[in-house]
Design a binder for this molecule. Structure first.
Ligand code: UD1
Ligand code: MG
Length: 454
């Protein structure tokens, strides 16, 4: 949200030391004041970093898809078409962000980089809410993809369109939040509203598969949760959207965490498709997830190129809500929400650390960021309950870029831990496959009503 337009009391009492006061006069010498002066480009060093990160994350996925696993030819074709469209989306996003930046600055939608306060960079108006570009390009790619993959009688089409409606609704509400700067209590309920299309269209099962080691204790292989499952769906969307939004405030962190989790989701999906023997509902569910996550990853990488340290643009709540909602939706419709929650371990930790301030047990300032020393250029942890501050307290002061890399490495470790845990609990891939086949049999109506081509 713009620094000028924020309501001072919107999100709790303020800490004078670390934040931009909404009504404070604009800085005396802002190096970039007019939109026409704004030249947003990606430096070669940023390119190199984003390229290294994306290769590191995408190579395992490509290896599994092309060499290691036997993937059904039809599904592979759809994945490749989707990948080509996503790449086009990447190029479009890259091209559109500088253009959109000039427009948002013209409408006073900008922020100041709090972690550079006291330096010339801290006085630059950084275009805000560029998540809107990512969201729009994502939707265009996802809609165009329907032409290649679905027929009018495809049962998946209903859920696919419901998923897109929820994501679109979330982008709208995120942008509303960026423009109006709604209070924290309202922020919490926005995903409830956006999840409605998905909730209404959801016709899938409401069961969960009990992990193998727990079956003797629970006495069931599959547990039907009924309406509780739908409540769980809503809570998951609220958690995913808000948890990405509050694990933020460091250049590159909002998009970086999404890129890491999205890559882990892709690896998980392709492993599950490879593990299934026939063109089952399970395979279709994971392919469905890939069709939405590939465009999310591609467009996010384009945004990361501009948002990496030092950020030329900010992503806004438009992006954090959009990314969280997309991952929640694919987790729900792909039937792997438990796995998704483990991918989100850093966000869960950050949420637990935040609880006393979110519940207003202790005061919650507008920005809960570390303190920046302009002399050394280092960030030091404060007592605000966030994983960012906790990491700085634990590891000592560090630069913003090092902190971001550290937190992204932590995210990657959490995803790696999830794969290990799945393997230990479900004995993946052999045992999980058998479990799933049993489950499909129990749920014959759902399984048989899905056409292999959907
Ligand atoms: C959430 C966090 C808040 C954190 C903020 C950072 C909670 C309850 N709220 O609030 O503590 O400070 O995200 O996004 O945990 N900014 C930077 N550098 C960045 C990214 C953002 O300085 O790399 C600043 C800019 O001034 C930008 C503003 O944060 O304009 C965006 O804040 P916003 O996303 O509106 O904050 P919230 O999501 O409400
Ligand atoms: Mg935010």
């Amino acid at each position: 949200m713009t620094s000028r337009r924020r309501a001072p009391s919107a999100n709790g009492p303020k800490t004078p030391a670390r934040q931009i006061l909404p009504d404070s006069p604009p800085p005396q010498q802002s190096p970039l004041t007019s939109p026409e002066e704004l030249k947003i480009t990606v430096s070669s060093s940023k390119w190199l970093k984003v390229l290294s990160l994306s290769s590191l994350l995408l190579l395992p996925y490509a290896y599994l898809l092309f060499f290691h696993l036997k993937i059904d030819a039809e599904i592979k074709r759809s994945i490749l078409i989707n990948a080509a469209l996503s790449f086009a989306g990447f190029l479009f996003t890259l091209r559109l962000i500088p253009v959109a930046s000039r427009y948002v600055i013209r409408r006073n939608l900008f922020g100041f980089d709090i972690n550079k306060k006291g330096t010339p960079q801290g006085k630059i108006k950084v275009p805000e809410s560029l998540g809107i570009v990512v969201g729009i390009v994502f939707l265009v790619v996802a809609i165009l993809f329907q032409h290649f993959n679905f027929t009018s009688d495809s049962l998946w089409l209903v859920e696919y369109n419901a998923a897109l409606a929820s994501i679109c609704f979330m982008i709208l509400l995120g942008f509303v939040d960026d423009v109006l700067d709604v209070p924290w209590r309202v922020k919490l309920v926005l995903p409830f509203i956006a999840a409605l299309p998905l909730l209404m269209a959801y016709a899938g099962h409401t069961t969960v598969v009990i992990p193998k080691p727990l079956i003797p204790y629970v006495g069931l292989e599959v547990l039907d949760l009924g309406w509780i499952y739908k409540l769980y769906m809503v809570l998951l969307t609220v958690f995913c959207t808000n948890s990405i939004n509050i694990h933020a405030g460091i250049n590159g962190l909002e998009v970086g965490q999404t890129v890491v989790i999205a890559s882990a989701i892709l690896i998980h999906n392709v492993m599950q498709i490879g593990a299934a023997t026939d063109n089952s509902e399970n395979q279709q569910a994971h392919a469905f997830s890939i069709y939405l996550v590939q465009p999310l990853l591609a467009t996010s990488l384009a945004l990361l190129s501009y948002n990496w340290y030092p950020s030329s643009v900010f992503v806004g709540d438009t992006y954090t809500y959009f990314a969280g909602m997309t991952m929640a939706v694919v987790g729900i419709l792909g039937h792997y929400s438990e796995t998704l929650i483990i991918f989100f371990i850093p966000q869960v930790l950050n949420f637990i650390l935040s609880l006393p301030q979110l519940a207003k047990i202790i005061p919650c300032p507008r920005h809960r960021l570390p303190s920046f020393d302009p002399q050394t250029g280092l960030l030091t942890g404060t007592w605000d309950g966030t994983l960012v501050n906790f990491s700085l307290k634990f590891c000592g002061s560090m630069s913003e870029q090092s902190l971001c890399i550290f937190l992204l490495a932590l995210q990657a470790i959490a995803c790696g831990f999830c794969f290990l845990l799945r393997w230990l609990l479900a004995g993946w891939p052999k045992h999980f496959q058998i479990e799933y086949m049993k489950f499909s049999k129990d749920d014959e109506v759902v399984a048989s009503s899905i056409s292999p081509n959907t």
